[in-house]
Design a protein around this ligand. Sequence first.
Ligand SMILES: [Zn+2]
Length: 693
Amino acid sequence: MEFKNIKVPFPIGVEYFRSGVPKKEVWDKDLIEIKKRGFNIIRTASYWNWMEPSKGDYQLEDIDMLFDLAHDNGLYVWIDIMLATHGSCPEWLIKEYPDICAVNYLGNKIVPAAHPAYSQGAMRHCYDHPAWRKHGGELLDHVIKRYRNHESMYMWGIWDGINLSTAWTNQGGNLPCYCSNTVRKYIKWLGNKFTLEQLNERVLRRYNSWEDIEVPRSNQNVLEMLLYKQFHYENLADHLGWMINHTRALDKIHETRTHGGWVPRPWDEICANIADSWGMSMSSNHLLAENDISLISDRAFSFSWARYLGKNNRWWNEEIYSGMSPGGVVWGHQTKPEELSILLWMTLAYGASGAMFWQYRPDYMAFESPGYNLVALDGKPTQRLENVSKSISQIKNIYNHLPLGFFNSQIAIMNHQLSHEIFTYNDQGDEFVKNLRSVFFNFWSKGIQSDIISPNTDLTNYDLILLPNVTIISQDILDSINNVLLASNDSKIIAISNFGLYSENGLSSYNPPDNFSEKLGVRVSDFSDITQEDIEKGNNILETSLGRYEIVKPTRYIVLEPKNKSEAIASLNGKIVGIENVNKNFSWYGFPLDSLSEQERFYNELIHKNNIFQQVCLNTEKVIPIVRKSNESGILIFLFNLNEKKITCEVVSKIDIKSSVDLINDKTLELSNNIFNVEIQKLGLSIIHCEYI
Ligand SMILES: [Zn+2]
């Protein structure tokens, strides 16, 4: 589909105006500066109770004014319509339909609350009340008709931060809504999926009738909660689809976009493909000050996941924050100006459709704008704005190379959202994500591209497939692994840690890894752990076919036993903790790899053993290479220097090249045998354009 386009390959915007802030008296001055600094878009988002304070009385004169002013300044507008996120619905809607309020697991109505991201009201209405689609649909209609023909109209933001209706206050208890509309819908959903007998078998209950069915109100009710959550995720996708279709019926030319958070969540995949593009908000506070480059890697992980999820790989990094702190001003934790440039460039290098900064001016003393956004409180530029606008002008200089092309990845890392879901029931959701990111980091830091994928991907396209914590063997996982095992190519699977401990309905497998015990040739004989005391006493030595390592932090592990001619490939204190099948294309390490000393050596061995092609090698620590194809010819090597000092880096290209030009400094670099040296500013970036021989 062709959208109305901004005629640049990588548009960049900044959030501006939300329900009254910034005040109109500063708009003229600000928009002139925004345009002057090279931005293309301003993004506006207002709460429902601000846009429709009385029923059918749409008060959008401020947004009209913003559209016109944007047009006068040669800027486009991206407008978020907040029917289902953040700010509250109007007070009149609650008065007219008291049962539209979301209800928490204790049966209590959610009461108005505030949050650092939405300082008044907070969302508390449930999408499952018919009045939400009726009155929300009317607002959606109104806004779309009002702006669809405006020359500055660019993008419909349809659902910012897709989440459950109870997620916007702490009253929800991290569980979904339990209002009567939602519960009725759930029971109907169950009825469409199961007979009563099938349901009883699935959740190990003996319900006598549909009227007896209890809605699970605790994560300890694992089997039923898995179903309740699945219903809710499908329900989110259904509501989103309704909004997107509604928008599309009235406007065929402007892009629709929706987004989740920067941390992957179990409902991302079901929702992402519905709109024209997917995106994320992303806290970006203070990442370079911690001397820990994995903080930047974690963002790159999200970019990779967003790219995988977006329809036709279309994704936006739509909220690069100039600062974020939980709950207010933390003066000592300003974002370094260089951080904003690095995140902008990395967004581009990961193939985003564009980028958006949040915000131009601080609005409240809240975590999204703790007094240090792109401009100072009086509207004067900060060093952060100087850095961003410099990067924008540098990006303009490489337009001829955009959009970037991607090489095919040899490596895939599986993000299995259902496994993530069950991890959260034991408060291990963060651990699940941490393990995923850690695997990604170890390839990213060497400039080796890895794709974050789901079970819906054909795994046989990859040489090496890593499964960190795929613990529920759902049908899609079963099929995708079997495809690899049956394929005649050289794809290899490495399962890590809690592989296959549960069967599809969430019950423990009695022959783990569920469905794969025979094929992998393994029996799980027990679970154990390495304690701090073990580490101190030296009872932490891991022998593997990839070398000898130590476990350096308290770690749980699985004790394995080979069968069917499989071989042990790792042992810990004499206990087997790693297995490879007889065909050598399926192995399992029963411990998380981030517990190892010298992880880097382990991954180097893994890369070497599996013939993973490393496109470039560097002689410098904390410089991250990313290699892409130029749209014109040859390749671009992005080099991110995450050191606090200027460095000279020797780059060895394993791709045969005949030239190397530093695009930032417009300088030809001396090249000999595919090797060149490049100087990179502290916390800076070089982009080297190389032609193939
Ligand atoms: Zn509800």
